[in-house]
Design a protein around this ligand. Structure first.
Ligand code: NAP
Length: 508
């Protein structure tokens, strides 16, 4: 049995009312049997006592482990009372059935061990230290200080601005049974998810309210990332970019791994510094990754080899890390465009207009040109359109001519109309002269441009098609198996539907 009981994922209950905390507790217990109760989130002593009173009366869930925390403001918690009252609440929590209490180093420093023993002796002691600004220079000293009262376990949570810092923090858990290491911050999010693989005794996840930066909600940690099943054998994949928080790629890829029962996980890496990520590939055992804005071009100079097509396009969105650590790049946006369009229209000898001349436009232009289409490009900066037209043997078309031109298809590769600017369109109705309109944007599913096209009776295709196609092509490159398209697509549709439901609820 592990130190904290059966489950090493710890759901964090943090609510502003006793009733809310009980509701969160019920939700948490559906996913894990280890739960932290953040008593300091309750607004006052009376509400804490009320919550613990109800907790004591109710029979606590069988086989569950509870950790009571009542962190004071001095340690960036919310409890405003004295240390004496803090200890009293923790003592009551133990009597109500909590096996563990978490006491921060700031309070422990002011309490003699005998007092802690007398008040909290029946509970198991988790001694914690939090560093919200930056990683402390001497982690061994922190470990020594936390161990002074001979607790049953220690916890170090620290802001980690790079993956190198997050890895240094996780190393404190190596070869020790009783260390909880919590890298905080958005950059450290993948390290947080992999903490259990790296021997941390627990990984925290909020049930509802985030209590620290870079947390992954409990439901996602268990269902999307399948963190309880991650082991040293699990292959790690991910998306690198900035921003990545709202990417649907984790839903897409993890659904594929789950459907095919492949022991692999796909994580979002917020990468501000490409070199920090590249240095983490070996130590974090990363087997492959997707690349999005702004690293699609920059990654090229770090590759050991590259698919000739990706090199011609000048952008890589997929990297395989070979067994010898060498990096090999591909561009599956190209495949995504073809899989999306080729069964909808004959591409050879067709005339297609591309709006925009950025990274996605390059992949679209090369894919269409290779399939025999005549490519036209319109961009807000005419020299960009001409540059891409030259590379893809196409033609630049000024915006002013669009009302008088007709195309077999128009492909929008600009972000105009993307969430949250959903009322915008890169073309007016009169400029929409085509049989088929493909908008590469997938959020929202139906853009303003698509609405305008539908009103003119034009067939429309959403960016979700290309998103799924480019993603499943990546997945197949990494796994060597056929992608479970239906499951992967359904996961993306679900995530999009949940997101818009959440937004509608928030707007009400
Ligand atoms: P990018 O390299 O930044 O290119 C964006 C292009 O749009 C540039 O030509 C840019 O012009 C132009 N643009 C930006 N804002 C504009 C505006 N307000 N009016 C007119 N043109 C504007 O980005 P990217 O990687 O190509 O991605 C572009 C879009 O493609 C994304 O928003 C995404 O929705 C979509 N995409 C979809 C998929 C998929 O799988 N469905 C895959 C990749 C991309 P300037 O150069 O003048 O800034």
């Amino acid at each position: 049995m592990a130190l904290f009981g059966r489950d090493k994922i710890c759901g964090v209950v943090a609510a502003s009312t006793a009733r809310g905390a009980l509701r969160q507790l019920e939700v948490a217990l559906r996913r894990t049997r280890t739960v932290e109760l953040r008593l300091d989130w309750l607004p006052n002593d009376a509400e804490i006592s009320k919550f613990l009173g109800i907790l004591g009366i109710r029979k606590l869930a069988k086989g569950a482990t509870f950790i009571a925390t009542c962190r004071r403001r001095a340690a960036r918690g919310r409890y405003a009372g004295t240390i004496g009252k803090q200890l009293l609440h923790l003592s009551n929590a133990i009597r109500a059935g909590c096996a563990w209490y978490d006491l921060e180093i700031e309070s422990a420093a002011e309490c003699p061990s005998e007092l802690l023993d007398a008040l909290l002796g029946e509970g198991r002691h988790l001694a914690s230290a939090h560093f919200f600004r930056s990683l402390p220079g001497n982690l061994n000293r922190v470990v020594r200080e936390l161990s002074r009262h001979q607790p049953d376990a220690i916890k170090i949570a620290s802001q980690s601005d790079t993956l190198a810092e997050a890895r240094a923090l996780l190393r404190t858990a190596r070869n020790r049974r009783n260390v909880v290491a919590v890298p905080m911050g958005e950059v450290a999010l993948p390290a947080r998810i992999l903490a259990l693989r790296d021997n941390s005794a627990l990984a925290y996840a909020p049930v509802e309210n985030a209590t620290a930066p870079g947390q992954v909600p409990l439901a996602d940690l268990v269902e999307v990332y399948r963190a309880p099943q991650i082991s040293s054998r699990t292959r790690v994949h991910g998306l690198i970019g900035n921003p990545v928080a709202h990417s649907l790629s984790p839903h897409l890829h993890n659904a594929g791994f789950r459907a095919r029962r492949i022991d692999a996980v796909y994580l979002p890496f917020l990468v501000r510094n490409l070199r920090d990520f590249l240095a983490a590939i070996g130590p974090m055992k990363i087997a492959g990754f997707s690349i999005t804005i702004p690293h699609k071009q920059a990654i090229l100079r770090h590759l050991d080899g590259c698919d000739p097509l990706a090199r011609a396009i000048g952008a890589v969105n997929t990297v395989v890390v070979r067994a010898n650590g060498k990096l090999y790049g591909y561009n599956t946006d190209y495949v995504g465009v073809l899989r999306t369009l080729e069964h909808r229209m004959p591409l050879a000898n067709s005339r297609v207009l591309i709006l925009g001349a950025g990274g996605a436009a390059r992949a679209v232009a090369f894919a269409l040109a290779q399939s025999g289409a005549s490519v036209c490009i319109t961009a807000r900066r005419p020299h960009k359109a001409e540059e891409l037209a030259g590379a893809a043997h196409g033609q630049a078309v000024p915006c002013s001519r669009l009302r008088r031109e007709f195309f077999d298809a128009i492909v929008n590769t600009t972000p105009v109309g993307m969430h949250p600017h959903t009322n915008e369109s890169p073309l007016t109705t009169r400029e929409l002269n085509c049989r088929l309109l493909f908008d590469t944007i997938y959020h929202p599913r139906v853009t303003r441009l698509m609405q305008l096209a539908r009103r003119r009776g034009i067939e429309t295709v959403s960016g979700i098609e290309m998103f799924v196609a480019q993603g499943t092509a990546q997945w197949e490159i990494w796994t060597g198996e056929r992608a479970p398209m239906v499951a992967m697509r359904a996961a993306v549709e679900d995530a999009l539907a949940r997101e818009s439901q959440g937004k509608t609820a928030a707007q009400k």
